[in-house]
Design a protein around this ligand. Sequence first.
Ligand SMILES: Nc1ncnc2c1ncn2[C@@H]1O[C@H](COP(=O)(O)OP(=O)(O)OP(=O)(O)O)[C@@H](O)[C@H]1O
Ligand SMILES: CC(C)(CO)[C@@H](O)C(=O)NCCC(=O)O
Ligand SMILES: [K+]
Length: 258
Amino acid sequence: MLLAIDCGNTNTVFSIWDGTKFIATWRTSTEHQRTADQYYVWLSTLMEFQKIEAEITDVIVSSTVPRVVFNLRVLSDRYFNTRPWVVGRPDCALPVDVRVDAGTAVGPDRLVNTVAGYDLYGGDLIVVDFGTATTFDVVDADGAYVGGVISPGVNLSLEALHQAAAALPHVDISRPQRVVGTNTVACMQSGVFWGYVGLVREICTRIKAERERPMKIVSTGGLAPLFQQSADLFDEYEDDLTMHGLTVIHAYNTGRTT
Ligand SMILES: Nc1ncnc2c1ncn2[C@@H]1O[C@H](COP(=O)(O)OP(=O)(O)OP(=O)(O)O)[C@@H](O)[C@H]1O
Ligand SMILES: CC(C)(CO)[C@@H](O)C(=O)NCCC(=O)O
Ligand SMILES: [K+]
């Protein structure tokens, strides 16, 4: 079975893929100090607890944090006796082209989202991922990643207000009832929530205009459903787009589904 690891700047997600479905998914915070042994203790405890008797034969990693890759490699070598596929490394081929300025190291999560989006919906796509940053990945008609947009993430925006202004509290995002807030928290939520609705709509409209063609918009990431409720921002929502992309890239490189 395949262990797929999606390491973001905030959270790292581990999923086990049996060739047709994910049989388990676990999330932990991303910490580059965590060693291979620590990962294994954590993983094996959860597997035991959930009575999952999966024999991991393959590992694939997408990491936006370069420093964690070393320990994930050791985890794979030492405990699963397999060399991991690492997205973005030359020996891990992608089923799509990457057409960007020379020397640009595109975030592996964005490449994986591109592959996943193209696999599920075909080309001429905008993939919007609400993670630490909110990214827009533009997928050409032939599936190529051709660039995109990086915006500050929703939680990051709220946190920045709290960090920079002495009187602004820590606030969690939610959809405010009204635009005009009558207390500090409501004012902050309104600014970020409705500001974000506008940001997403404006960026997608401009991408479509710049490319002069209709494009399907696919959203993913923890906060995507919150924004989908409020307006017709997206055509599709996928809760585990990145994980799906990892299985596609693994199959492309090995010729096996698991
Ligand atoms: N209704 C909600 N309100 C606040 N936060 C939410 C809500 N729903 C999901 N989340 C948050 O969304 C996050 C999941 O998003 P996702 O995994 O896409 O990105 P991330 O882990 O924050 O970022 P990265 O992938 O860059 O590490 C979780 O941290 C969770 O706290
Ligand atoms: C933008 C993030 C942080 C989103 O996770 C990640 O994709 C990244 O670190 N990207 C590198 C720069 C780029 O994608 O062009
Ligand atoms: K993510």
